[in-house]
Design a binder for this molecule. Sequence first.
Ligand SMILES: NC(=O)C1=CN([C@@H]2O[C@H](COP(=O)(O)OP(=O)(O)OC[C@H]3O[C@@H](n4cnc5c(N)ncnc54)[C@H](OP(=O)(O)O)[C@@H]3O)[C@@H](O)[C@H]2O)C=CC1
Ligand SMILES: N[C@@H](CC=O)C(=O)O
Length: 359
Amino acid sequence: MGLAPHAPPAVARVALLGTGTVGSAVLARLASWHGTTQAGRLSLVHVANTRQSASDRAGLLPGDAVQRLALAPQHSALEQVEAALGNEGARIVIDATASEAVADRHAHWLARGLHVVTACKIGQGTSLSRWRAIRAATLAGDTRYGDSATVGAGLPLLRSLRELQSGGDRIHAIAGVLSGSLAWLFNQYDGMRPFSALVRQARDAGYTEPDPRDDLSGEDVRRKLLILARSAGVELDAGDVEVTSLVPPELAILSRDSLDGALPALDAPLRRRFAEAYKRGERLRFIARLQDGRARVGLEALPFDHPLAGGAGTDNRVAIWSDRYRTQPLVIQGPGAGAEVTAAGLLDDVLKICRATDE
Ligand SMILES: NC(=O)C1=CN([C@@H]2O[C@H](COP(=O)(O)OP(=O)(O)OC[C@H]3O[C@@H](n4cnc5c(N)ncnc54)[C@H](OP(=O)(O)O)[C@@H]3O)[C@@H](O)[C@H]2O)C=CC1
Ligand SMILES: N[C@@H](CC=O)C(=O)O
C-alpha cells in the first residue's frame, strides 16, 4: 500500500501597495522567483500606488505589474484591497508605502482575516493606541503582522528580541544605530564634502524616507525605537522618546518640493559638530537608546573604538542587554536600508505566513 499523497500547499493571495523604491524591489524579487517553489506559494492579485491599481483573480505577472498598472483604467482606492483578495484562503496585504492612510487600515484588515506584512513603521511605531489596536486585531482576526522590515530592513532584530523573551529572558536595555541612511551619511562624511550633497546621494540611492527630513529629524529612528521597546515589553508612547533633530527650523517649515535647494542649511552646523568630534578622536553616530529608564534619540560623538561606532555603509548596529547578556551585550549588525534587503525581509515574512497557514 502506497503512502497517501501530500496535499499541495495552498496558494496565498497577495496585494502589494506601493510601487516605489521598496515596492519595485518586491516585484523584481517576485519575478526572479519564476518557476521556483516560493513562487508557487503565492499569487499576486492586486497592485496599487496612489494613482492606479490593477487586480486580477487569476494572478498578475510580477514582471508585468508596473506596465499593467500604467495602462489600468482603475483608480486606486484602499477599499479595493478586500474585494481583490476575496473571502477565503490565506490573504496577505504587503504595505510598501509610507502612507498614514494605509497604516490606519492595518488593524481593520487584520481583524477581517487579512494578514499584513509591512515595511512602513507608522502602524506600530507611532501612537501607543494604534500599536495596541494592531495587536488586538491580530487576536480578533487570528491573523499575523509581519514587521521584520520595519526595524533593520529585515535584520533579525525583532525576531531575536521575541525569541529571547519567549525563552524567559528579560530585556534590560537596547542601544544602537537604527537608521541605515544616517549610518551611511556619517560613514561617508569627512567634513570636506557638503553634508547636503551626501543627503541627496542617500536619497537617490533609496536609503532615505520619501522625505529625508523624516530621517534627519530622528522621527524614523523614534518609530524604530518605539517598535523595539514595545516588542521588549516597554509600552512607551511617542512623546516618551526624547528626540534631538538635525533639521534646522528653516528647513523644517518648507514643503517637500522646495526642500532640495535648501538642504545646504544642514552644512555649517554639521561641519562644526564633525570638527569638534574629530579633534577629540571621536566619530559621529546617530544613536537610539532605551537605557536607564529613558528613551532617547540623537547624534552622539563616540570614541573610535566604541562598540556602537563600528560598521560600514548602511549598517545598523544594535546592542541588547538582558538577563542572559548582562555584561557583554548581544550585538546584531548588518545593512539597515536599501530596496533589496527590505524587499527580501518583506517576502520572508510573507513566506512565513504561507508556511504557518499550512500547519
Ligand atoms: N528605503 C528603504 O531602505 C526602506 C524603506 N522602508 C519603508 O518602506 C516604505 C516605502 O518606502 P519607499 O519605497 O522608499 O517609498 P517611495 O516613496 O519610493 O514609494 C512609496 C509608494 O507608496 C505608494 N503609496 C502611497 N500611498 C499609497 C496608497 N494610499 N495606496 C497605494 N500606494 C500608495 C506611492 O505611490 P505613488 O508612486 O503614486 O507616489 C509609492 O509608489 C516606507 O514606509 C519606508 O519607511 C523600510 C525599510 C527600508
Ligand atoms: N529611511 C530608513 C529606511 C529603513 O527603514 C533608514 O534610513 O533606515
